[in-house]
Design a protein around this ligand. Structure first.
Ligand code: PMP
Length: 360
């Protein structure tokens, strides 16, 4: 009898492009100062935690959640002032919505186009859905290469374009006029991914009515709710009607649905925290830029991108000092020796700056 191992079956049936992938790695950060994942660093005030505890205690977890997540959508509408003419779809993080959007548009042979380097889930979701991915390199200073983007759109006729605005991991906002050119030239959907909107000065949300092929994607992860896993997309109802067919029926769990409206109503607190993070960002930028051999790039997010003399060594040195950042060296030629550092609390940022002095 031939003995067959799991690996034989895997090799026979799992798609080679999936076998060639590594699972998205999330490093452990227990006991460390965590400046690697663009989280909001502030714990919630005690009174708010008590209200959340009471709301969670009242959730009937034996029942499925509301499939339409109506309370969350209503809270988002109020918080953002979304007009009735536009619709919302919510996801288990905006990661899930990237996958839902990609799956919906993945006609055989269809292409997804995005600048690179950008958020890695775009390319991954294209691969999951069997969509052709076309990456267009950014310019050296991380601006869009608009001529190459427009040429790519003309050549590939992509069903889907992703633009992170501001961009991760580079931190900059692309020129709004160039995004407009892309919206006008694209034959398909253009997703403007505003994960970092709270730290930027621009948004395409007020311009949704102007462009029939625009979806604005957002998340609450960077403003203090990463653990809830809640992302949302705002679009014309014609788009959300299709996306809702691909979304899993109960994709937003009951606990998130109970908690998110409570926090979304705390607009003042969230805005205050975002403002403090923006001022800490300016402080980190200027101290880092004054270090010999360090180049700091302009950012409109809650992270700082810095090119250092030896990123692997600096990353290891910081880790040794109990500080976790993201080492981007090796991820893309434009990111050589770059570290991405999430803005922390003032005390965490002090610790980072002190540790950097000992590494050098
Ligand atoms: N878009 C961009 C540009 C991001 O940087 C991130 C988070 N790294 C996401 C989407 C996903 O965020 P979440 O799934 O937490 O909503």
């Amino acid at each position: 009898m031939i003995v067959r191992a799991p690996a034989d079956f895997v090799a026979a049936v799992v798609r080679p492009e999936i076998r060639g992938l590594a699972a998205y790695a999330v490093p452990h950060a227990r006991g460390m100062i965590k400046l690697d994942a663009m989280e909001n660093p502030f714990p919630l005030p005690e009174a708010l935690r008590a209200r959340i505890a009471a709301a969670v205690a009242a959730v009937p977890v034996n029942r499925y959640p509301d499939g339409g997540a109506d309370a969350v959508k209503a809270a988002l509408r109020t918080a953002l002032g979304i007009p009735e003419t536009l619709d919302l779809i919510v996801g288990n993080g905006s990661d899930e919505l990237i996958q839902v959007i990609t799956t919906t548009l993945a006609k055989p042979g269809a292409a997804m186009l995005a600048p690179e380097p950008s958020f890695v889930m775009y390319r991954r979701c294209a691969l999951y859905a069997g969509m052709r991915f076309v990456g267009v390199p950014l310019k050296a200073g991380f601006a869009l290469d608009i001529a190459a983007m427009l040429a790519g759109i003309e050549r590939e006729r992509p069903a889907l374009v992703f633009l992170a605005y501001p961009n991760n991991p580079t931190g900059n906002l692309f020129a709004a006029a160039e995004i407009e050119q892309i919206l006008l030239a694209a034959p398909g959907l253009v997703v403007v991914d505003e994960a970092y909107y709270a730290f930027a000065e621009e948004s395409f949300l007020p311009r949704l009515g102007q462009f029939p092929n625009l979806v604005v994607l957002r998340t609450v992860s960077k403003i203090g709710m990463a653990g809830l896993r809640l992302g949302y997309a705002v679009a014309a109802p014609e788009w959300t009607a299709e996306l809702n067919k691909v979304r899993q029926p109960y994709n937003l769990n009951a606990l998130t649905q109970a908690v998110a409206p409570i926090l979304l109503a705390e607009g003042g607190l969230l805005a205050e925290q975002a403002a403090l993070l923006r001022s800490e960002r300016a402080r980190l930028n200027s101290v880092l830029a004054a270090l010999a051999g360090v180049v700091v790039f302009r950012t409109q997010t809650n992270f700082v991108l810095a090119r250092v003399p030896d990123a692997p060594r600096w990353f290891a040195g910081l880790r040794g000092a109990g500080i976790l950042v993201k080492n981007l060296h090796g991820e893309h030629p434009l990111l050589e020796h770059c570290l991405r550092i999430t803005v922390g609390t003032p005390a965490e940022n002090d610790a980072l700056l002190a540790a950097l002095k000992t590494i050098r």
